[in-house]
Design a protein around this ligand. Structure first.
Ligand code: COI
Length: 350
C-alpha cells in the first residue's frame, strides 16, 4: 500500500503544557487522511496537522453523514507504545459507516495509517498513569451537493490529541424521562456524529441541575436504563454487576465488553440484561445499590456518585472494596503494559 508522507518542519510539542490539558483541545503534529472518489479510496496521506477547506455545500454540513471512533495509545516505562484492542475500533467504524450508507475503509489502510501516524507523533504519547494519546478516526461526506442522499465522496481522517481525564470532577447523572437518544431501528449503536449532537440540549438542561450526564432510557417508555452517550453504564447491586445488553440503540463499547470479560474471569457475577429504572431506585432505597460507573475509551471507568429521577435524588454510599477501582486499575495496567495480558488485548505500535 502506498502511503504518501509529508512531515512538519518544526514540532509544536514544546508549546504544550502536558500537565494542564483540557480534553481534546491540543492536537499532535500530523494527521492521516484518505479521500474516497470514483468508487474507491485514493492514496492515503500523512500531512502536517492543519485546517481543511470545504465547499459550503459539502454534504456533511447539511445531513450529518459522519461517523467516528475513539481509541487511546499509552506509553510504558520502556517508551514502548501500546493500543488497546484496535481491531474492535477498526471493525466498529465500518459497522457505523454501513448504517450511514458510507463505504467501508480498508483494514490495511486503517492499520498502516494509524501505526505510521502514532510512530511519527510518538513523543506526544506521554508516560504516567493519567496520560494517554486520544486517537480520533472519523469519516465525513464531502460531495458538494445539497440533495438529501448519500454522498459519492468521503474523507477518512485520523487526528490525535494528548489527554488526561475526561471527567475532571465528580459525576452524577439524571435518568432520562422525556428526551431520548436512540430508537429501535435507528442509529444508536453507531458512532454517528448526530447521536452526540442530539444529546447536547438535554445534557445542557441536566448540567443546569448539576448533573454531568444524562443516563438514557429506552425511547418507548423510559423504563430501562441504557447508556450515557459518552459511556456505557454498570450498576453494582449487592455483589452483582448489571449492565444493559447491546442492541440497535446501545453502543457496543470496547471498554464495556472488556470489563464484562475481565469481571467474569475474576469470578464477579455479571448480568447482561435489561436494567429497570425501578429496580435501581429500589436497590438504592434498600442500600443495595453499592456502585454505579461509566465505561468508555475517553471516560475510562468513571464512578457515578449519585443520580436523579423525576426530581428524586439519590447519593451512593462510600465503599471500600469498590469494583470500579479494582477493575479500572486492572484494565489500565493491562493497557499500559504493567500487567499480564491474558486476553491478548494489547497491540504494540512498532
Ligand atoms: C470515546 O470514549 O472515545 C468517545 O467517543 C466518547 C466521546 C464523545 C468523547
Amino acid at each position: 500500500m502506498a502511503l504518501h508522507i509529508e512531515k512538519i518542519e518544526k514540532s509544536k510539542i514544546s508549546e504544550v503544557d502536558f500537565n494542564n490539558l483540557k480534553f481534546g483541545q491540543v492536537f499532535t503534529d500530523h494527521m492521516f487522511e484518505c479521500d474516497y472518489e470514483n468508487g474507491e479510496w485514493q492514496t492515503p496521506k500523512i500531512r502536517p496537522y492543519q485546517a481543511l477547506s470545504f465547499d459550503p455545500s459539502a454534504k456533511v454540513f447539511h445531513y450529518g453523514q459522519a461517523v467516528f471512533e475513539g481509541m487511546k495509545a499509552y506509553k510504558d516505562d520502556n517508551d514502548d507504545v501500546w493500543l488497546f484492542r484496535p481491531d474492535q475500533n477498526q471493525e466498529r467504524i465500518n459497522k457505523s459507516a454501513e448504517r450511514l450508507d458510507m463505504p467501508p475503509f480498508p483494514k490495511d489502510y486503517f492499520f498502516e495509517g494509524l501505526t505510521t501516524l502514532i510512530k511519527m507523533d510518538s513523543d506526544w504519547v506521554q508516560k504516567g498513569a493519567d496520560n494517554s494519546l486520544y486517537i480520533r478516526p472519523f469519516v465525513i461526506s464531502t460531495e458538494n451537493c445539497v440533495s438529501a442522499s448519500s454522498s459519492n465522496k468521503y474523507k477518512f481522517m485520523i487526528i490525535c490529541s494528548p489527554v488526561q481525564a475526561y471527567y475532571a470532577g465528580e459525576v452524577r447523572v439524571v435518568f432520562a424521562d422525556k428526551y431520548s437518544r436512540a430508537a429501535n431501528g435507528g442509529v444508536g449503536y453507531a458512532k454517528a456524529a448526530g447521536n452526540y449532537a442530539a444529546s447536547f440540549y438535554p445534557a445542557k438542561l441536566a448540567a443546569k441541575e448539576g448533573y454531568q450526564q444524562v443516563l438514557w432510557t429506552d425511547a418507548a417508555n423510559h423504563e430501562f436504563l441504557e447508556e450515557a452517550g459518552t459511556m456505557n453504564v454498570f450498576f453494582r447491586v449487592n455483589d452483582t454487576l448489571l449492565t444493559a445488553p447491546t442492541s440497535d440503540r446501545i453502543l457496543d463499547g470496547v471498554t464495556r465488553k472488556s470489563i464484562i470479560q475481565f469481571a467474569e474471569d475474576k469470578g464477579i457475577k455479571v448480568e447482561v440484561r435489561p436494567v429497570r429504572v425501578t429496580e435501581i431506585i429500589e436497590a438504592a432505597k434498600k442500600g443495595e445499590l453499592k456502585e454505579m460507573f461509566g465505561a468508555g475509551t475517553a471516560a475510562v471507568i468513571s464512578p457515578i456518585l449519585g443520580f436523579a429521577h423525576k426530581g428524586e435524588k439519590f447519593e451512593l454510599p462510600k465503599i471500600d472494596d469498590s469494583y470500579a477501582s479494582f477493575i479500572k486499575k486492572s484494565i489500565t495496567d493491562i493497557q499500559r503494559n504493567k500487567a499480564e495480558d491474558k486476553f491478548g488485548w494489547r497491540f504494540q505500535v512498532k
